[in-house]
Design a protein. Structure first.
Length: 65
């Protein structure tokens, strides 16, 4: 995705069980490779991680003018 992934849209590289098909490959985007999961961004459960991700995506949506 040359222009990035829109907020609220799952990455097309995710498998049905949310695993990255590009993990460990050179074509994996730098933004993904540079992400480091920790409790602040992922919480303690998958459910909390997705909730935090939705909040982050919502807070960074471009404004509609």
């Amino acid at each position: 995705m040359p222009d990035g992934k829109p907020a609220g849209v799952p990455c097309p590289q995710l498998t049905p069980d949310y695993r990255c098909q590009l993990f460990g490959k050179p074509e994996r985007p730098a933004v993904c490779s540079g992400f480091h999961a920790d409790k602040d961004t992922c919480g303690d459960t998958n459910e909390r991680a997705f909730e935090l991700l939705r909040e982050l995506e919502k807070s960074t949506l471009p404004s509609k003018t």
